[in-house]
Design a protein around this ligand. Structure first.
Ligand code: NAD
Ligand code: DAU
Length: 343
């Protein structure tokens, strides 16, 4: 079996490659990644010399390069993790999100049809459903919730989902889609909340909390996301869409305080900053479909997963310090300077 993984030098794709290598040592894995600011070959350092693993630097929206790779590799399965993934960056530069997340997905699907790939899996997000009210905890996103995206990022992911379903119906592309809630774990780029808080707290720097910190996310340890995708690509029917979630809703401020407690750092590091425009209030996933049909449930409890994550950042300081000492400094300055709010 040969599996082509796009975006494998990023957070979830890198974890998925490691998960697949461990579970199926005989699979051949081809990683296609453009190595944008979010892609990092150090994430795949232990894979690079292995005979069953190949890395191809390419842009998923470059049809010529993608055709060349599919023609040479002839994968059985293609899993698309490659994306521009950060909501705040999509507010700064929507065009790049449309190019990568929509046209890139289309380019991959065209190649899958041409080279008879047996399964194309689109890694999507719960953000395609928009948000839920904070004061109605009984409401959850199901696979039938309306698509109602809030940010250029989520609109680009929603567009890719619609295109994927259209390709499945019109061209019989053997496609599946998963829509997952917020992941956390090793190799998470420190622009996202949890790794940002860990890395800044370890350096005794201020922790920026948007608005009042009351927005709610549903957290899932990244290996649980990988095991859900593994089940879908091997067991689901063409055209199936599955929600994946942690059943673990937390207000941002509580997540931040828990990390500070684990690290034994003071809450005085918390700094409230001007809110993200269009900030989604609450995400919460109903994952009963994948539970009933494929027998998947999350296995890692939040406190346990967070401790494992903090430990990983403590023992892999080089990985994130290399990132935050480079171009990231300019990014942080641009996004956060002068944003503090009076309280
Ligand atoms: P990430 O930003 O950490 O990694 C994205 C990877 O894609 C990087 O390695 C980057 O170099 C690569 N990439 C970007 N543009 C590319 C292009 N044009 N061609 C080839 N490679 C390109 O993202 P992540 O957090 O690992 O997310 C992976 C996928 O999962 C995304 O599709 C995202 O929408 C989805 N998702 C993420 C989460 C989450 O909590 N992080 C939750 C649900 C779904
Ligand atoms: O729900 C799945 C989505 O989760 C994925 O599709 C996205 O790719 C992923 O980035 C993530 O989106 P969020 O916007 O929820 O993640 P982020 O880590 O950027 O923010 C989490 C929450 O924390 C959100 O409510 C905004 C808040 N936040 C974030 C940052 C970076 C802060 O309060 N301060 C910050 O500095």
């Amino acid at each position: 079996m040969k599996i082509l993984v796009t975006g494998g030098a990023g957070f979830i794709g890198g974890n998925f490659i490691r998960f697949t290598r461990n579970k199926y040592p005989n699979y051949k894995i081809v990683c296609v990644d453009l190595l944008t600011y979010a892609g990092n070959l150090e994430t795949l350092a232990d894979m690079l010399g292995m005979s069953n693993f190949k890395f191809e630097k390419a842009d998923i929206s470059n049809a010529k390069d993608i055709d060349r790779i599919f023609n040479a590799e002839r994968p059985d399965i293609a899993v698309n993790f490659a994306a521009e993934s950060h909501v705040d960056r999509s507010i700064e530069d929507p065009g790049l999100f449309l190019k990568t997340n929509i046209l890139g997905t289309q380019t991959l699907m065209d190649a899958c049809i041409k080279y008879n790939v047996k399964r194309f899996h689109q890694v999507s997000t719960d953000e395609v459903y928009g948000d839920l009210p904070i004061d109605k905890p009984e409401l959850l996103f199901t696979e039938n919730s309306p698509i109602h995206a809030s940010s250029p990022y989520s609109a680009s992911k929603a567009s890719a989902d619609l295109l994927c379903l259209a390709y499945q119906r019109t061209f019989a592309l053997p496609a599946t889609i998963s829509r997952c809630s917020n992941n956390y774990g090793p190799f998470h780029f420190p622009e996202k909340l949890i790794p940002l808080v860990i890395s800044r707290a370890l350096n005794d720097q201020s922790i920026p909390v948007y608005g009042e910190g009351k927005n709610i996310r549903d957290w899932l340890y990244v290996e649980d996301h990988c095991s859900a995708i593994d089940k879908i690509i091997h067991e689901a029917k063409n055209g199936d869409v599955y929600n994946i979630g942690g059943g673990c809703e937390k207000q941002n401020i509580d997540v931040v305080k828990l990390i500070l407690k684990i690290l034994n750092k003071p809450e005085s590091l918390i700094t409230y900053v001007k809110d993200r425009p269009g900030h989604d209030l609450r995400y919460a996933i109903d994952y009963s479909k994948i539970k009933t049909e494929l027998g998947w449930t999350p296995s890692v409890k939040f406190e346990e997963g967070l401790k494992k994550t903090v430990d990983w950042y403590l023992t892999n300081k080089d990985w994130w310090q290399n990132i935050i000492s480079g171009e990231y400094k300019n990014y942080y300055q641009k996004m956060y300077s002068g944003r503090e709010t009076a309280r």
